[in-house]
Design a protein around this ligand. Structure first.
Ligand code: SF4
Length: 333
């Protein structure tokens, strides 16, 4: 036990979509736990299932199999996958999402005041206007919005400011968990840094727990306590951030890390290109899903799916050869 309180327990989540008689496995048997106040980064190429996983956790999607347990503020452990929509509404304000695109996720016909007020009015219809105004002003100031501009429309704001509006809208309900889905990907690098620092400060102030979904390994390294790597719907590696970045145990993680730009000109990283395309999730390859692109592939890899196991404390991996391969990661000072 690490003395921290577990807030999410994701157990064997599967999500399948059926379209025109074809079954696509977007998420396949993903399990992990999250402690209160932690940030978990989920990385992987586009289409690996990370967004679908986030949506299963907030129950925007009903998972095909598996369970998501949430420990509520009063300590009660709630099985999100077993409660009805009405009961879920009670918990939905505690788990919010911040979306990727600040341009399309805000209604252009609503003022910023109304955008932030909307979730409050939906969840607390009897809240007096003065109390609502106080909460809106408070949260707008916390996220760094100029409160005298709240009657303006989203088009009057820059990308970074719009993302701050999205963050204010998510925070106004006093959530405990926030799923950030590519929340800074659409922003310029300097604005990204400001928004990430804001998320970091808010986390410390409000004891927030983040699930940070991104394809950008630099951003994830900066903000996350632990990182999960997804490939073709499966979690192939999961570990504390420094451990995963310095001692990757899965060849896919090694390849992703080798593509991260390093600011230090003294540090030379050998680029390990990923060969071929991601296989079609409607007909994934047999054996290890990664074997068609893995430079360490053996016959065993083609024939048998590797078990997802804990190889070092808190370091999980699904690779037959994890013990013998000496994979390259970041070299920290
Ligand atoms: Fe590569 Fe084999 Fe490990 Fe899969 S199980 S990642 S193919 S070495």
């Amino acid at each position: 036990m690490n003395g921290k309180k577990q807030i999410l327990d994701v157990q064997h989540i599967h999500m399948r979509f059926n379209s025109k008689g074809v079954c696509v496995r977007a998420v396949a048997d993903v399990s992990f736990t999250v402690d209160e106040g932690e940030t978990i980064g989920i990385v992987g190429e586009s289409g690996c299932g990370k967004t679908t996983l986030g949506r299963c956790i907030v129950r925007a999607y009903e998972p095909s199999e598996g369970e998501v347990f949430y420990t509520a503020g009063d300590g009660e452990k709630v099985n999100f996958t077993r409660i009805d929509a009405k009961t879920m509404k009670k918990y939905r304000k505690e788990i919010q999402m911040i979306f990727q695109d600040p341009y399309s996720s805000l209604d252009p016909r609503m003022t910023v005041y109304d955008i932030i007020r909307e979730p409050l009015a939906a969840n607390f219809p009897r809240m007096p206007k003065a109390e609502m105004d106080r909460r809106i002003m408070d949260i707008a100031a916390r996220v760094g919005l100029n409160t005298s501009y709240l009657m303006r429309y989203p088009h009057a704001f820059s990308g970074g400011q719009r993302q701050r509006i999205g963050i204010a809208r998510a925070l106004v309900l006093n959530p405990r968990v926030i799923v950030c889905d590519e929340s800074v990907s659409a922003l310029d690098v300097s604005i990204q840094a400001q928004v990430i620092n804001l998320l970091h400060d808010l986390q410390k102030e409000l004891n927030l727990t983040y699930l940070f979904i991104s394809h950008d390994l630099s951003v994830v390294e900066y903000i996350s306590d632990k990182v999960g790597v997804m490939y073709l719907g499966k979690l192939v590696e999961y570990a504390p951030t420094r451990e995963l970045y310095s001692h990757p145990l899965h060849p896919y993680t090694e390849s992703l890390l080798s593509a991260v730009p390093v600011a230090d000109p003294e540090v030379q990283m050998e680029r390990i290109p990923l060969e071929g395309e991601i296989p079609n999730p409607a007909s994934p390859p047999g054996g290890c899903y990664f074997h068609t692109r893995c430079r360490y592939c053996t016959r065993q890899c083609e024939q048998a799916a590797p078990e997802y196991r804990e190889l070092a404390p808190d370091h999980f991996v699904a690779c037959h050869r994890a013990e013998e391969l000496m994979l390259k990661g970041f070299q920290y000072e």
